[in-house]
Design a protein around this ligand. Structure first.
Ligand code: GLU
Length: 382
C-alpha cells in the first residue's frame, strides 16, 4: 500500500530531528493469534525507513513482550500475576526483538535492543550511562528498540506502561518529537467509546487540571496504557521541550499518516529540548563544585566551545559525573555552569592535562571534554 501527498510543513513530526515512536501491544500483537501483526509491522518499518531517509534519528519504544510470550507459555487470558508476566516477557522479548530485526533489516537498518528499568531513568549515574549508550547507537546509525526490563522490574519499581517509559526516553536523549501509536486517535473530553458527546481535542498547549481529568482510559485490553498514562507521558515530554502526539496506530503506515496530517492530538511544549536543558542547568541552585579555568579556556568558553581538562587550574568540592558545576575565571568571576563528565577525583587527575592523555591517566577512555558544550550554559556576566 502506498500513501502519497505532501507532508504539512507545520507538523511537528516533519520538523523533528530526533523522533521516539512508541508502539503499543494492541497494535503489534494480533489478539486472535497472539502473534506479531507482520503486515502492519512491515508498513511501520517502511515509515521508519522513510524518516531515516529524511535525515531524522529514530528510536522505538516497543511493547509486546508479555502479549507475545503469554501464549507460548500457555498462560490464561486476563490479568497475569507479576511473576507470570515476567516469565511471559522473558519469552516474548526474544520474538519481539527478532520481529524488529527482521522488518527493519529489510530496509538495511540495524537494530539494537535496550531494556530499561525505572531506576535506569531515575538514578543519575544509570541515567547518564543509558543516555550515552543511546546517543552512541544513534551516532553509529542503529535504531534502538527499547522496552521495560519486565523480567527484573518488581511491582514497586516498575513503569508497567511504555507510555511514560517512552516519554522518559524522549527526555533523556532530548528528542523533539514523541509519537504514541495507540488504539485511540487522540484525546477526548470523555471516553469516546462510552460517551457519544465526547469532543476530540487536536491541540493541547498546556496540561491543565481539566486536561488531566480527561484521562479516563481507553478500551484496550492488550496493552496497559490508558489515556491517564498518555497524559502523564505528555507532562514529561513537554516538560523537556518535546512535542508529543497520540495517534491511532491501527492502520497500515501509521507514521506516514501522521506526517500527512491524519487526525491526532498534539501536545505542544513551550520551548525546545536544548533550551529546557540549558535552562535547567542554568537554574541549578546549588552547584556541587567549582572549576577555575585559565584565560585561554575562558576565551574558548565565551566562544561557545567545550571545556577541556587542559584549561582547568583548580577544582573545588567533591562531585560525581553528571553533577552541575560552576566555572570561574582566574579572577573568580562566574563564567558558566555545566554538567561534569567526570567525578572530582577523576577531574583532579585530568586537571591541566591534554585530552589524549585521559586513557593513560584514568585507565579508561572517557570523554575528551570535562564539560561538553551541550552541557554548558554561559552565565550572563560571562
Ligand atoms: N513492557 C510491556 C511488554 O512489552 C508492555 C507495557 C505496555 O503495555 O505499555 O509487554
Amino acid at each position: 500500500m502506498s500513501l502519497s501527498g505532501a507532508a504539512n510543513s507545520s507538523n511537528p513530526l516533519t520538523q523533528a530531528r530526533r523522533v521516539v515512536v512508541k508502539v503499543g501491544s494492541a497494535l503489534l500483537v494480533e489478539s486472535h493469534s497472539g502473534q506479531v501483526n507482520r503486515t502492519w509491522l512491515e508498513s511501520l518499518a517502511a515509515d521508519i525507513s522513510d524518516l531515516r531517509r529524511q535525515g531524522r534519528e529514530v528510536l522505538l519504544v516497543s511493547s509486546g513482550a508479555i502479549a507475545l510470550g503469554r501464549r507460548s507459555l500457555g498462560l490464561p487470558v486476563g490479568r497475569l500475576k507479576l511473576e507470570e508476566s515476567q516469565a511471559a516477557a522473558a519469552v516474548g522479548q526474544i520474538s519481539l526483538a527478532h520481529a524488529w530485526k527482521e522488518v527493519l533489516g529489510r530496509h538495511e537498518l540495524g537494530v539494537a535492543q535496550i531494556l530499561l528499568t525505572l531506576s535506569d531513568t531515575e538514578e543519575r549515574r544509570r541515567y547518564l550511562n543509558a543516555r550515552s549508550t543511546l546517543n552512541t547507537l544513534l551516532r553509529l546509525g542503529s535504531i534502538p528498540v527499547i522496552n521495560e526490563n519486565d523480567t527484573v522490574a518488581t511491582a514497586e519499581i516498575r513503569y508497567g506502561d511504555n507510555d511514560r517509559l517512552a516519554a522518559r526516553v524522549a527526555q533523556m536523549i532530548s528528542a523533539d518529537c514523541l509519537v504514541l501509536l495507540s488504539d485511540v486517535d487522540g484525546l477526548y473530553t470523555a471516553d469516546p467509546t462510552r460517551d457519544p458527546s465526547a469532543i476530540f481535542i487536536p491541540e493541547i498547549r498546556a496540561i491543565t487540571p481539566e486536561i488531566e481529568k480527561m484521562g479516563t482510559g481507553s478500551a484496550s485490553d492488550v496493552g496497559s496504557g490508558g489515556m491517564a498514562t498518555k497524559i502523564a507521558a505528555a507532562k514529561i515530554a513537554v516538560g523537556a521541550g518535546c512535542h508529543m502526539c497520540v495517534a491511532l496506530g491501527r492502520e497500515l503506515h501509521p507514521v506516514r499518516r501522521i506526517e500527512l496530517g491524519e487526525r491526532c492530538s498534539w501536545f505542544y511544549p513551550a520551548s525546545t529540548p536544548t533550551a529546557f536543558r540549558k535552562q535547567w542547568i542554568a537554574g541549578t541552585l546549588k552547584p556541587a563544585g567549582e572549576l577555575i579555568v585559565d584565560d585561554g579556556a575562558a576565551r574558548a568558553l565565551r566562544r561557545g566551545k567545550s571545556l577541556l581538562p587542559a584549561g582547568v587550574t583548580a577544582i573545588v568540592g567533591e562531585f560525581e559525573r553528571g553533577d552541575a558545576l560552576l566555572i570561574r575565571d582566574s579572577s573568580g568571576t562566574e563564567l558558566a555552569r555545566g554538567l561534569s563528565a567526570y567525578s572530582s577525583r577523576d577531574a583532579e587527575r585530568l586537571r591541566g592535562r591534554q585530552s589524549h592523555e585521559i586513557e593513560a591517566l584514568l585507565g579508561f577512555r572517557g570523554r575528551d571534554e570535562l564539560i561538553h558544550r551541550d552541557d554548558l550554559v554561559l552565565s550572563s556576566q560571562g
